[in-house]
Design a protein around this ligand. Structure first.
Ligand SMILES: *Cc1c(COP(=O)(O)O)cnc(C)c1O
Length: 400
C-alpha cells in the first residue's frame, strides 16, 4: 500500500499517532504480513505485547473455547477464570492479591489511588506525594501522564494532576531526598522502556527498597513493559533481589488481548476494600483466559530459559558490533528488552530495517529498541544481526 493511500484510508481515525507507512493485515509467530502480502520479522512484538509471537496456538485454543462459553459477566459476580489467573500470578510472584483492569495506564492509575489511600488509612496526613523518575513512562491518562516525568508528554495538558515529585534514577541525591516526610509511595520502572532502556543499578535499587521499607513508603514497580517474561524472569523485579509492595502489569500479560493488573502484598492489599475501586471490563472471562494461557505457556514451555540463552547471544553479537562501529554508542537492557544507543537518529535505522523486512522501534530519539518475541529462533536472530550489518554499511554509504 502506498503512503498516500494509507493517509487516505486513515482520514476518519483521529491523528494521535505518527504512524509508519505500513498496514498490517496478519500475524503468525515472529512474523507479520502487510496488506500486499509482504512479510516482516516483527521485532517490536506490538511493543512488548505479543511476547509469545502472533496468534500463539496455546492462547488461541483456550480463547476459542472461552468464546463458546462466556464473554462477559460483571465484577459483581465471582469470575472463575479471573480467580484462576489471580492464583497463577500470586503463586508465581511475591504478591498476594490482584486487581484487574484493561491497560497499563489503568493499572498505574490503580496504583496511584492505592498509594494515596494507603497513606490516608495509616494516618500519614503529610504524605501526599508519589515520587517518580525523569525519563519514566507510566501512561497517557490524567494521573499517569503527570506521573510520567517527561516534558514532551505534558505539553498542552497543564494544569497537571498534582501530587508527583520527580527525582533522577540511580542518583544518590534521590536516595537522600526520597524520605522527606511528604512521600507516600515511589513508582518506578526497573528498566525504563519508552525513556531509553535505562536499568536501575543493583546497589541503588537495594538502597531505595531499604529506605522505603524502613519508612513504610510503598515501593511500586511499573512492570507494564518488563513483565510477562520479557527480561528472562516472569517479572523483572526477581532479578534485583527486591520485593516491591505493589506491581503493575499489562502489555504482554494477554498476548495481545487487552488486560492490565495491579498486584499487592498482603500487608497492604486491604487498602482497596469494596467500593473503593473498580472496572466494568477488568479481568473479564476472555481477558483472564488470555492471561492464564499466556502465563501457563511462559512457565510450562521453558520460555524463560530460552529468553536467557537467546538474549545473551543477541546482546553479545550487538556488543561485538558496537566495539567496531562508531555509530553505536552502547548496548543496554536485560533479556529481550534491548536498546542500542546511537549517534544518529534511530528513525534512519528503523526505516532501513523495514525496507529489509524487519520491524524495530525507538525509545526516545537516539535509542533503537529491539523487542523480539520471547519465542524467536536462533535463525531469526542470526538474520536480524546480518541485516543490522547491512544497515550499518548502508548508513556509511560504503562497503566494508
Ligand atoms: C506502555 C506502558 C504503559 C502504558 O500502558 P497502556 O496499556 O498503553 O496504557 C505504562 N507503563 C509502561 C512502563 C509502559 O511501557
Amino acid at each position: 500500500m502506498s503512503e498516500a493511500m494509507i493517509q487516505q484510508t486513515n482520514h476518519s481515525v483521529m491523528h494521535t499517532y505518527q504512524r509508519f507507512p505500513l498496514s498490517i493485515a496478519k500475524g503468525k509467530g515472529s512474523y507479520v504480513w502487510d496488506q500486499d502480502g509482504n512479510k516482516y520479522l516483527d521485532y517490536t512484538s506490538g511493543i512488548a505485547t505479543c511476547n509469545l509471537g502472533h496468534v500463539p496456538d496455546s492462547v488461541h485454543q483456550k480463547l476459542s473455547n472461552q468464546l463458546d462459553n462466556l464473554w462477559h459477566c460483571s465484577n459483581l459476580y465471582e469470575i472463575p477464570t479471573q480467580n484462576e489467573l489471580a492464583a497463577l500470578l500470586t503463586e508465581n510472584s511475591c504478591f498476594d492479591r490482584v486487581f484487574f483492569c484493561n491497560s497499563g495506564a489503568e493499572a498505574n492509575e490503580a496504583a496511584i489511588k492505592f498509594a494515596k489511600k494507603y497513606a490516608k488509612d495509616k494516618g500519614y496526613t503529610e504524605r501526599t506525594e508519589i515520587v517518580t523518575f525523569h525519563q519514566s513512562f507510566h501512561g497517557r491518562t490524567g494521573s499517569t501522564m503527570a506521573a510520567t516525568a517527561q516534558e514532551k508528554i505534558h505539553q498542552g495538558f497543564t494544569p497537571l494532576t498534582p501530587g508527583f515529585r520527580y527525582l533522577t534514577l540511580n542518583e544518590d541525591k534521590a536516595l537522600e531526598s526520597v524520605n522527606n516526610g511528604t512521600t507516600a509511595a515511589v513508582l518506578l520502572e526497573l528498566i525504563q522502556g519508552e525513556g531509553g532502556i535505562n536499568a536501575v543499578e543493583q546497589v541503588w535499587i537495594e538502597k531505595l527498597s531499604a529506605i522505603c521499607k524502613e519508612a513504610d513508603i510503598l515501593l511500586m514497580v511499573d512492570e507494564v513493559q518488563t513483565g510477562a517474561g520479557r527480561t528472562g524472569t516472569l517479572f523483572a523485579y526477581e532479578q534485583f533481589g527486591i520485593e516491591p509492595d505493589v506491581m503493575t502489569s499489562a502489555k504482554g500479560l494477554g498476548s495481545g488481548f487487552p488486560i492490565g493488573a495491579m498486584l499487592a502484598k498482603k500487608e497492604c492489599a486491604s487498602t482497596f476494600s469494596p467500593g473503593t475501586h473498580g472496572s466494568t471490563f477488568g479481568g473479564n472471562p476472555l481477558a483472564a483466559t488470555a492471561g492464564i494461557a499466556t502465563i501457563e505457556t511462559i512457565l510450562k514451555q521453558n520460555i524463560l530459559e530460552q529468553v536467557k540463552v537467546n538474549s545473551s547471544w543477541l546482546q553479545e553479537q550487538l556488543e561485538a558490533l558496537q566495539a567496531k562501529e562508531e555509530v553505536m554508542v552502547s548496548v543496554k537492557g536485560i533479556g529481550f528488552l534491548i536498546g542500542v544507543e546511537l549517534k544518529e537518529e534511530a528513525n534512519f535505522f528503523i526505516k532501513a530495517f523495514r525496507e529489509k523486512g524487519i520491524l524495530v522501534l525507538s525509545a526516545g530519539s537516539h535509542v533503537l529498541r529491539i523487542l523480539p518475541p520471547l519465542t524467536t529462533t536462533k535463525a531469526e536472530l542470526t538474520q536480524f544481526i546480518e541485516v543490522f550489518k547491512e544497515v550499518l554499511v548502508e548508513m556509511k554509504g560504503t562497503t566494508v
